[in-house]
Design a binder for this molecule. Structure first.
Ligand code: NAP
Length: 387
């Protein structure tokens, strides 16, 4: 391997995954070629339906070993059945590699139609805890022996009154997990010069999980980052912001209406796992389309980058999917491995492509232009690299 060559795992995934991953890799390779700085050696690994077909296992040991060896991967979306079947491979990867922060930047890209009047005000980062909460998958079907045991235990010992036909899911939120993601969010906010951090929670109803998340987050901000933050309460009492990060919180339902009515007031949203999932799709809709968002799953040792959207099975294999979400994930990956200039070149080329009114169907239909395919959009981005 050449000295500056970096091995990166790629997983094509299901549905539109192979098309958007292949085309995004082409764009990254072309940008690296153009800029002549560093290089990437792509290492393919399987996960999802293709892996099951070839090895009988949706998450083969070889894939886990490849990510362990390389440390960094990009991944296409992977399907998860609703209400039955296997557990999410995406969630398993996050837990297995302890990728405890999911970071989703949401910034308006000029040229894309948005449902709100001033989408240019949107420049948000959703920082989602990625390993805790209901996503731990501790749940039992209503008619299982396990659900019966849990209901009996709770009803007999803890004074609850759970009906016999109830499924059981356990919401777990830990102090250490909340503290480490809060630390990472604060460090990120300082490094990226963000203006504020808003903790999104439903602590009025779920006091000892989401309410505790809020309390633990404030505690880390006030004890470990005292010189970098000022709370909303302190500002209301007369404290000066003085260039510090404003630390505040919003109840989850209010958070949704706030980002729709006053998106410019929010900068970095720190949320538990489920809230973070919901709010990042809602924020994506504000800039016109979740198909354009990329996300980073980051832990202390490993990182996996993916588009925010899913497998969109109805568009699979048709060369119509938008590769921008996957491209954005690749840009985040490039920034993570220190190839910022390559990332910037790709982002600029995407903007130039949209400015020339070249877009896939999801965006073109609102632009009033004829759509191009996934491959043709990627070719257009490659043509505009470094222009
Ligand atoms: P989805 O696949 O994201 O699709 C939702 C809608 O978003 C599509 O119907 C389409 O809208 C639009 N869309 C999303 N990405 C697009 C793109 N790149 N190009 C064009 N249009 C795009 O969500 P879903 O239907 O809820 O989930 C499908 C499967 O994906 C499920 O099995 C789910 O578990 C999985 N999933 C995986 C991940 C992951 O791997 N991280 C994340 C989310 C979901 P229109 O219908 O308006 O054209």
């Amino acid at each position: 391997m050449a000295e500056s060559e970096r091995e990166i795992v790629f997983i094509k995934g299901d549905g539109i995954g192979p098309e958007i991953v292949d085309n995004s890799k082409r764009v990254v390779d072309a940008a690296i070629e153009k800029i002549r700085q560093g290089s990437i050696k792509w290492v393919e690994a399987l996960a999802g339906a293709e892996a099951e077909k070839k090895s009988g296992n949706r998450l083969p040991d070889e894939t886990i070993a490849a990510i362990k060896r390389c440390g960094v991967a990009i991944k296409g979306p992977i399907e998860t059945p609703v209400g039955k079947g296997f557990t999410s491979i995406n969630v398993r990867l996050r837990l297995l590699f302890d990728l405890y922060a999911n970071i989703r930047p949401v910034k308006y890209v000029p040229g894309i139609a948005s449902p709100i009047a001033h989408p240019e005000a949107i420049d948000l980062v959703v920082f989602r805890e990625n390993t805790d909460d209901l996503y731990r998958g501790i749940e039992w079907r209503y008619d299982s022996a396990e659900a019966g045991k849990v209901r009996n235990f709770l009803n007999s010992n803890l004074g609850t009154d759970i009906e016999d036909d109830s499924g059981i899911g356990i919401k777990v939120m830990g102090r250490a997990k909340t503290e480490r993601v809060t630390r990472m969010a604060l460090e990120y906010a300082i490094k990226h010069r963000r203006r504020s951090i808003t903790v999104m929670h439903k602590g009025n109803i779920m006091k000892y999980t989401e309410g505790a998340f809020r309390e633990w987050a404030y505690n880390i901000a006030k004890t470990e980052f005292r010189n970098s933050i000022v709370t909303e309460e302190e500002v209301a009492a007369g404290a000066s912001r003085n260039g510090k990060i404003l630390f505040n919180d919003r109840i989850a339902d209010n958070m949704f209406q706030q980002i729709i009515t006053r998106p410019g007031d929010y900068d970095l949203i720190l949320a538990p796992n489920l809230n973070g999932d919901y709010v990042s799709d809602a924020a994506g809709a504000l800039i016109g389309n979740i198909g354009v968002l990329g996300g980073a799953n980051i832990g202390d040792r490993y990182a996996i980058f993916e588009a925010v959207h899913g497998t969109v099975p109805k568009y699979a294999g048709q060369n119509v999917a938008n590769p921008m979400g996957m491209l954005s994930a690749c840009c985040l990956m490039l920034e993570h491995i220190g190839m910022e200039s390559v990332s910037l070149m790709i982002r600029d080329a995407i903007s130039a492509t949209l400015k020339d009114r070249i877009a896939t169907r999801d965006i073109a239909r609102f632009m009033g232009t004829a759509p191009v395919g996934t491959k043709e959009f990627s070719d257009a981005v490659i043509d505009r690299l470094g222009r």
